[in-house]
Design a protein around this ligand. Structure first.
Ligand code: SF4
Length: 366
């Protein structure tokens, strides 16, 4: 668990038991470790000096051994509907996106798991970046804590979706560790039922997730009904084609009253025909699931056009008539899985242009 950072361990990425062990190594009782874990994860304190119920002797021994990291908000954009997109700068100056999406009764944090993504889905800006590196668990947890820091008194993130930059199942050990930390009852205490991991269809990863004890929800971005089309718009399909992917979905152990989610980005004349809808019905037969139809967010950098609204509604009706639950994701900040990478791409463009920036800028200070 020890890194080579001269500051020692980033406590944000440590499991509760590891923080207890650290307390033991510093000749403190284990419960002091639990207190420290709570300060870092539940109270989101980054300054050991402020952790006043820990003994001064303990606090003074921490800095060379451990520190509390946090990504820095380098840019924030607010949509009219209240969605807030954050560009977060990591310690090595790489940048990732996090998004806060308010809804009637929930406040969802959409977080990234990689810097960039190697999977090159044709409808995704992040895919254009390629992969730069995996995030560490501390950085994934740090994203959630930084987004929570940006909220006002009384506002609390209620749901987490791993739908930002990156394919979470390509970084499974760190994602697993981060989710375990976030669900710890002495920490941020998220219920796994309120966390959704979204994959482009990494079959071995789905199997690993099934074997883990995480208990989070699984969403699969399907977005095509034939291998010929999916090969073109989601190259991961060449490795794990639709039949293999759906077999893994069929075998996924779903707790009672839970369903898989299939995401389907609607691309005009690519995957939105009546025949596609009918094939989708056949493909998903026997899988307890719901389908999110996602209006494509067109940008000049991506080749496709969005399906017209009436086409999406006809597609939805075919699914409904066959007894499937299908919702059209509202076109607001919510369609972030299709739009992920947008803020990052935007920021890169603005660095080389003089266009006015409408977002608030600079790091958030408490
Ligand atoms: S949609 Fe997801 S998996 Fe596909 S390129 Fe974008 S970030 Fe990667």
């Amino acid at each position: 668990m020890r890194g080579h950072d001269p500051r020692g361990l980033d406590l944000v990425g440590c499991l509760r038991g590891e923080v207890e062990e650290l307390a033991g190594e510093l000749e403190q009782p284990r419960y002091r470790g639990r207190q420290l874990f709570r300060w870092v994860q539940a109270r989101r304190e980054t300054d050991f000096g402020a952790m006043t119920d820990l003994s001064l002797a303990f606090r003074e021994r921490l800095p060379p051994v451990a520190y509390v990291g946090r990504p820095e908000v380098s840019r924030e954009q607010r949509a009219r509907d209240g969605t807030r997109k954050f560009l977060l700068r990591l310690e090595d100056d790489e940048e990732i996106e996090g998004v806060l999406i308010p809804d009637e009764d929930r406040l969802t944090a959409c977080i990234s798991t990689q810097v960039g993504c190697p999977l090159a889905c044709r409808f995704c800006l992040t895919g254009l970046m390629g992969i730069r590196r995996n995030l560490r668990a501390a950085e994934i947890v740090g994203e959630v804590l930084a987004l929570q820091d940006a909220l006002g008194e009384g506002e609390r993130i209620s749901n987490i979706v791993l739908m930002g930059m990156g394919e979470p199942l390509l970084n499974f050990p760190e994602v697993e560790r981060a989710l375990t930390i976030l669900c710890d009852e002495l920490g941020a205490n998220f219920s796994p039922r309120r966390i959704t991991l979204s994959t482009a269809g990494h079959v071995p990863g789905i199997k690993k997730l099934a074997e883990s004890n995480l208990g989070v929800n699984l969403a699969v971005s399907l977005s095509a009904t034939t291998d010929a089309v999916r090969d073109r718009i989601m190259p991961i399909n060449r490795r794990w084609p639709i039949a293999e992917l759906l077999q893994a979905c069929r075998e996924y152990p779903l707790p009672n009253r839970r369903r898989l989610t299939f995401e389907y980005v609607m691309l005009e004349s690519v995957n939105d025909s009546d025949e596609d809808a009918a094939r989708l019905v056949r493909l998903l037969g026997g899988i307890r699931c719901k389908i999110n139809l996602i209006p494509f967010n067109a940008t000049p950098d991506l080749p496709d056009r969005p399906s017209p609204r009436d086409r999406i509604e006809i597609f939805q009706k075919i699914l409904h008539d066959a007894g499937l639950t299908a919702t059209i994701r509202e076109s607001r900040g919510r369609d972030i899985s299709a739009a992920c990478g947008m803020l990052k791409t935007d920021a890169e463009k603005k660095r080389t242009a003089t266009a006015p920036v409408t977002a608030t800028q600079g790091p958030k200070t408490d």
